[in-house]
Design a protein around this ligand. Structure first.
Ligand code: AMP
Length: 277
């Protein structure tokens, strides 16, 4: 496994590769969710590149950029075991050298949900992912359904800007009790860890209501909200039932819908989602 820190080296190596290249962009502190993306990429490509870069530009002021968990040695050991060929691990200066001033803005679908709560987040995400695509030039890029809006934004960017690659969506990997795996779960105290299950419970409630014939988006949102509010450690950021492509809120769930939510448990902000229909 090669570990590469510079754009020039990555480009040089890419120019020597033949066959399909799969890229898995991550911010490190890897868990089984990330590794599921890596395994899928491994099965489908001759060469697998994983990037590890904690991207400052997608964090707002007051967010957890400085304290975001990092453990590159452990990450590299895990990736080696998965048979990864290349790890691209650039420094902040390598990705954002002095004078950097070009940004990718995906409009409309970035306005709600995570975009509303985290101003500028998707500008940072779209820009860094575009850069990674330009540097690595993958044939396939793998993203988790866990970050559902991110997936919609990346697909939109790839389509709008005619990027020559396939975006592959990988289902969310969960802990045994249903909590979606996340690098941020390490922030949770044991009590908060228990309380965090409320996200999964709320998603299941939405599915149950919908399966029983409830088609009112407002009713489903209300029921989810009530359930979460009964958990004293949880504070709702948003509960959404939206069209999976436009991400516009639905009052009637008469076709497929993306149920998504962001909830603070203690100081930790957690997100999760499920598709109905
Ligand atoms: P991150 O390191 O949080 O930026 O995540 C890197 C990639 O892993 C993103 O495409 C995420 O959607 C994906 N990912 C994170 N957690 C999970 C999970 N529990 N299941 C599946 N994919 C995940």
């Amino acid at each position: 496994m090669k570990v590469i820190a510079t754009v020039a080296e990555m480009r040089e190596l890419r120019s020597q590769l033949s066959g399909s290249v799969g890229l898995v962009p991550t911010m490190g502190y890897l868990h089984q969710g990330h590794l599921e993306l890596v395994r899928r990429a491994r099965r489908e490509n001759q060469t697998v590149v994983v990037s590890i870069f904690v991207n400052s530009t997608q964090f707002g002021s007051g967010e957890d950029f400085a304290t975001y968990p990092r453990d590159p040695e452990r990450d590299l050991a895990l990736l080696e075991k998965e048979g990864v060929d290349v790890v691209f691990m650039p420094s902040a200066e390598e990705m954002y050298p002095e004078g950097f001033s070009s940004w990718v803005e995906v409009e409309k679908i970035t306005e709600g949900l995570e975009g509303a709560s985290r101003r500028g987040h998707f500008r940072g995400v779209a820009t860094v992912v575009c850069k990674l695509f330009n540097i690595v030039q993958p044939d396939e890029a793998y993203f988790g359904q866990k970050d559902a809006q991110q997936l919609v934004v990346i697909k939109r960017m790839v389509s709008d800007l005619n990027m020559n690659l396939e975006v592959v969506a990988v289902p969310t990997v969960r802990e045994h009790d249903g909590l979606a795996m996340s690098s941020r779960n390490t922030y949770l105290s044991p009590e908060e860890r228990k309380a965090a299950l409320v996200l999964w419970k709320a998603l299941n409630l939405a599915q149950e209501l919908w399966q029983k014939g409830e088609k009112s988006g407002d009713r489903i949102r209300e029921e989810m909200t009530c359930l979460i509010e009964r958990e004293p450690r949880a504070r709702i950021d948003y509960v959404s039932i939206a069209d999976p492509d436009s991400l516009e809120e639905l009052s009637e769930v008469d076709h497929a819908a993306l149920v998504s939510l962001a909830v603070r448990v203690g100081k930790t902000r957690l997100i999760d989602n499920m598709t109905l229909g």
